[in-house]
Design a protein around this ligand. Structure first.
Ligand code: HEC
Ligand code: HEC
Ligand code: HEC
Length: 114
């Protein structure tokens, strides 16, 4: 008799947890790394390392610089990155001359790997 009860009960708990997780899931899991494919060679964005350097503050980048969606356009590639660097948007918000990280000029290979 007990057997017939525990199975649906466990099943019910699993479902309830799944629903709770999906409701809380407005906050998606941050990816470790993201790879952007380009004609210049793939760019690996170390998301975890960038989060650490931003002192775990997601708002440094989301959503003012990037959507929380790996398929959304980055808006960085136009004009060999010069417009984004000048306007300090996208990756250019930090990767520009005099910024907190290396500028694109002369550093193509720090990001693009063939
Ligand atoms: C230094 C900038 C930066 C910081 C800080 C940052 N992210 Fe991101 N995140 C990105 C970029 C860039 C993308 C990809 C956006 C795109 O492709 O348009 C991304 C994408 C994501 C995605 C989508 C993944 C997917 O597969 O679609 C999630 C979820 C995410 N971030 C969560 C977080 C969380 C949570 C934090 C804070 C703990 C955080 N991010 C902090 C830059 C950042
Ligand atoms: C909030 C500031 C910030 C943003 C936005 C940002 N970076 Fe960085 N990035 C840094 C810092 C700081 C470093 C480490 C310091 C250095 O090496 O100059 C770094 C380092 C890197 C490195 C070297 C490997 C590593 O992670 O240590 C790569 C590659 C890189 N960034 C790519 C990108 C790309 C691609 C984007 C846009 C999708 C981006 N970054 C956006 C701040 C940023
Ligand atoms: C901070 C990292 C970083 C550096 C440094 C960098 N790039 Fe990029 N590059 C990217 C990312 C990320 C993309 C994809 C951007 C997008 O989709 O908007 C990209 C895209 C491009 C594209 C578009 C390719 C395509 O498939 O459409 C060209 C061209 C390009 N980069 C040239 C360069 C050149 C030339 C340099 C050196 C002067 C350079 N990049 C330095 C990160 C970087």
């Amino acid at each position: 008799m007990k057997k017939y009860l525990t199975v649906p009960l466990t099943f019910g708990i699993v479902i309830a947890l799944a629903i709770a997780a999906s409701l809380a899931g407005a906050q998606k899991q941050p990816p470790d790394k993201l790879v952007f494919k380009t004609k210049m060679g793939n760019v690996t964005f170390n998301h975890a390392a960038h989060i650490k350097r931003a002192n775990n503050d997601c708002k440094t980048c989301h959503d003012k610089l990037f959507q929380q969606d790996a398929k959304a356009p980055l808006g960085f590639k136009a004009g060999m990155h010069k417009p984004a660097e000048a306007k300090k948007t996208s990756c250019g918000a930090c990767h520009h001359a005099g910024g907190p990280s290396f500028t694109t000029k002369g550093n193509c290979k720090k990001c693009h790997v063939k």
